[in-house]
Ligand binder design. Structure first.
Ligand code: NAD
Length: 364
């Protein structure tokens, strides 16, 4: 019997390609994992009537650890994000995304070493929305006018931005606990409290209170307004360490940070709760390159390395990360996204060729 059973959700788009590459690399690295494959995604709508069957949620609950490929979400209409539903159902309140330079990956800087801690359960991602023209939207608009909160045009659609004390405490404590455990020096809370006083203002107040609880750890605390934060991040990412965000800013900053180190192809992540953990790359299903063997599987493979850490397989995780660094520093086998990021004219390799090179590098 394998030492670990992990739920594998391949997802759709490039997910089937990147998760297959990840499985091959972990097998070659000696990870003793039995995969329990569970499906999610738009392709299930016809057969199951839902993109997220109960059996898939049950599989994650049973094994407690899962790794997934990306899942397409229709834009503007159609079903809500499966990813958001999974995070909500399993109470995966932390989105953890380490961002680090990999020599040879074409990053704008050579020394990026940041950790994004993104709140994963509320904010504008909560999915509390009222359609333009609906009776509920009209009631809400009336209520805002009557209460003096403000005038909203009658032809508005409305998305609610809830930020709670509970979720803010949980995420900021997680950021500090992470900083303590990993020997980090500073936690930065990012917000727009100057404008949204009752949501971001609450987040900032709670962050300051929680920072007081950690005053004797020696970890510095600061806060930044999100727009100025973005500019400062691009100018000099080395001024940041652990960064804690409400949900939406964390989502946007994740892609911004990925851009600093070479792109979405190399940005890993994890969704973590008290009981379950689901690992996944930052990127989406990349419909523009899906099915063409062009995807860079590094982000999925580095997400798997985070999963190996979580499972206590630290040596195996380190071996995978070393092999990734070897392939990038040698530079002979790199996918098209990285060739573009580095400005290289050398031919790009396929997802399969990259995976083979990585497996070879495990023994280097
Ligand atoms: P995306 O991340 O899929 O793609 C953005 C760009 O980056 C594209 O040009 C794509 O080709 C490139 N890219 C992304 N990953 C890559 C990789 N591994 N290798 C090489 N190039 C890569 O973002 P999008 O186009 O905005 O979203 C597409 C779909 O994915 C949408 O339906 C969105 O909702 C969904 N999505 C899912 C998740 C998730 O499952 N966690 C996350 C983000 C987006």
């Amino acid at each position: 019997m394998a030492q670990h059973t992990v739920t594998l959700i391949p997802g759709d788009g490039i997910g089937t390609e990147t998760t297959e590459a990840m499985k091959q690399v972990l097998a070659a690295a000696g990870a003793d994992i039995e995969w329990e494959v569970a499906e999610a995604g738009a392709h299930l709508m016809e057969s199951c009537g839902t993109p997220l069957p109960e059996s898939t949620v049950d599989a994650v609950k049973r094994n407690k650890v899962a790794i997934k490929g990306p899942i397409t979400t229709p834009v503007g209409t159609g079903f809500r994000s499966v990813n958001v539903a999974l995070r909500k159902t399993l109470d995966l309140y932390v989105c953890l995304r380490p961002v680090f330079s990999i020599p040879g990956a074409g990053g704008r800087y050579s020394d990026v070493d940041l950790v994004i801690v993104r709140e994963n359960s509320e904010d504008l991602y909560a999915g509390v929305e009222f359609e333009e023209g609906s009776a509920e939207a009209a009631r809400l608009i009336d209520m805002c006018a009557e209460s003096g909160a403000g005038a909203i045009r009658p032809d508005s659609g409305i998305s609610i931005k809830p930020i709670s004390v509970t979720a803010s405490q949980n995420i900021v404590r997680y950021a500090f606990d992470y900083a303590v455990k990993h020997g980090r020096k500073k936690v930065t809370a990012v917000h727009k409290a100057n404008i949204m006083k009752h949501s971001d203002g609450l987040f900032l107040r709670v962050a300051r209170e929680v920072a007081q609880e950690y005053a004797n750890t020696g970890i510095e605390f600061e806060d930044r307004i999100v727009d100025a934060f973005c500019m400062n991040l691009v100018i000099d990412p080395s001024q940041f360490d652990v960064i804690v965000f409400p949900n939406l800013y964390g989502d946007i900053a994740s892609d911004l940070c990925a851009g600093l180190v070479g792109g979405l192809g190399i940005a890993p992540g994890a969704n973590i709760g008290e009981d379950y953990a689901v690992f996944e790359a930052v990127h989406g299903s990349a419909p523009d390159i899906a099915g063409k063997n062009l995807a860079n599987p590094t982000a999925e493979i580095l997400s798997a390395a985070m999963m190996l850490d979580h499972l206590g397989e630290l040596e195996c995780a380190a071996r995978v990360r070393r092999a990734v660094r070897t392939v990038y520093s040698e530079g002979a086998h790199l996918t098209a996204d990285i060739r573009k990021a580095t400005g290289s004219k050398l031919p790009a390799c396929s997802c399969t060729e990259f995976t083979e090179a990585l497996i070879e590098a495990l023994d280097a």
